[in-house]
Design a protein around this ligand. Structure first.
Ligand SMILES: [Zn+2]
Length: 452
């Protein structure tokens, strides 16, 4: 069946994607036409992808042992017949790409020039990459597409990396303070006298293999596809119409890794690994808001990672874009108000209840997919896990990774207003080497009021 059919005269008169009737895919132009900023793109019909018919689409064998057997993930919109996934690249930023095309600032046919973009550090391949069910939410070959799929790229397939790896110096006031107070020592290798820590960093976009993601969440693939379709307002019709497409590039934030020391050492269980998996908290991480312990915990973990590297080990911070327990900042700020305005003030015994009142659940981070990144790095053992979270601990150990010591945040790093959160978490079973607060303790108002 041909896929290049029926360009309709105007976007106002075509069926919407939720009523897929004529499969309208425009012919690919021989060469991209130049587009000037401010000029609308020369497209006047909707392109549907909800019907099979991708001539030339390469198969994906998820979990295959080599890149060649696995096949490339092709989420391009430039050559739609080549697509072998649902959704498109760049996670939530795919919407900005669409805006850039709509505004005429970007040609929809632009292909990335990958010259000189290859990773600074080689990661893998590791046995975990092809162990059944180990990695289901990222593409282990995502950093090396330019090499692994050079032939396909040369043949005109628009294959984009979903992982990028580079080098950086990170400079944090807390690390400089640790240097000044003598907790950290500069060595010129991992940490400069000026307080810059040398890191390798990696950015990872989500790539979901739907059958195995469904398994992780204990639901059927059909139910997962239907609910993803419905709860995104019908954003991806292929979820329910294209069961042959098993890989989904979800429009959500990804992960960033900061590695202190040699990235290859992460896979060596003999080398001491200090690690933290940190979920995004813009208010604290970036702006220093004192209602939670996120930034103090993050910078404490970075200090631990630097010390670990200096002891001959390696450190890892995995930073996930899951703002406000993946509920988002609007919900988070609503909860702050509800906590501080409730009768009796901001108390630990109501901490989780207030979140549940607003959001319907206490937490949407669902750590089920989180350990994938550790398996991508070849990790078998985390010697020092800088985290109090039982959900993270259980997810990591449940995925077959051994954890040695759990490192909690030192008391002196907890801001006064964050005591409510800490007490509530400890009472809920989060890891603490100290005393767990009792019911009376939890009833005491410890958070500031809104006008204080
Ligand atoms: Zn926070």
């Amino acid at each position: 069946m041909s896929v290049d059919t029926v360009p309709t005269p105007s976007s106002a008169s075509v069926p919407t994607a939720s009523q897929p009737s004529p499969d309208a895919v425009p012919p690919e132009p021989a060469a991209p036409s130049p587009t000037l900023p401010g000029t609308p793109p020369p497209r006047s019909h909707i392109r549907l992808t909800s019907h099979a018919g991708g001539f030339g689409a390469l198969p994906i064998q998820w979990g295959a042992a080599t890149a060649a057997e696995r096949g490339p993930v092709v989420g391009t919109t430039t050559k739609r017949a080549h697509r072998n996934v649902i959704g498109t690249h760049s996670g939530s930023y795919s919407v900005y790409r669409a805006l850039a095309v709509a505004a005429g600032a970007l040609s929809p046919h632009h292909k990335a020039d990958l010259t000189n973009t290859s990773p600074t550090d080689a990661i893998g391949p590791y046995p975990q990459w092809s162990e059944p069910g180990r990695i289901v939410s990222l593409d282990p070959w995502g950093a090396v597409v330019a090499d692994a799929f050079a032939t396909e790229l040369a043949a005109g397939y628009d294959i984009r990396p979903t992982i990028a790896i580079t080098k950086a110096h990170v400079i944090l006031p807390e690390v400089i303070e640790a240097l000044q107070s003598g907790r950290l020592k500069a060595d010129g290798k991992f940490l400069t006298a000026g307080g810059a820590a040398m890191v390798t960093k990696a950015a990872i976009e989500p790539v979901w293999y739907l059958p195995a993601v469904a398994q992780r969440f204990g639901c059927s693939e059909t139910d997962l596809r239907r609910v993803l379709f419905e709860e995104t307002g019908g954003m991806y019709p292929e979820l329910v119409t294209r069961s042959d497409l098993e890989v989904f590039l979800p429009p959500i934030g990804g992960q960033t890794l900061y590695i202190f020391g040699n990235a290859r050492d992460l896979a060596n269980p003999e080398v001491e690994l200090t690690a933290r998996i940190h979920d995004e908290c813009n208010g604290s991480d970036v702006f220093g808001s004192d209602i939670c312990t996120c930034r103090p915990y993050l910078t404490h973990a970075i200090e631990e990672c630097i010390q670990g590297a200096q002891r001959g080990g390696v450190g890892l911070i995995a930073y996930s874009r899951k703002e406000g327990r993946a509920l988002g900042e609007v919900t988070k700020f609503l909860v702050y108000n509800a906590r501080k305005r409730q009768v009796g003030g901001d108390t630990a015994d109501q901490y989780f209840a207030r979140t549940e009142c607003v959001a319907g659940v206490q937490d949407m981070r669902f750590q089920e997919l989180m350990p994938d990144v550790f398996h991508w790095l070849g990790i078998r053992k985390i010697h020092r896990l800088v985290s109090m979270s039982n959900m993270k601990f259980d997810a990591i150990t449940g995925s077959g990774i051994e954890i040695g010591t759990r490192v909690n945040i030192p008391d002196e790093l907890i801001p006064a207003d964050a005591r409510v959160e800490m007490d509530a978490k400890m009472a809920a079973g989060y890891f603490t080497p100290g005393a767990v607060p009792d019911a009376e303790e939890l009833k005491k108002a410890k958070g500031r009021g809104l006008d204080q």
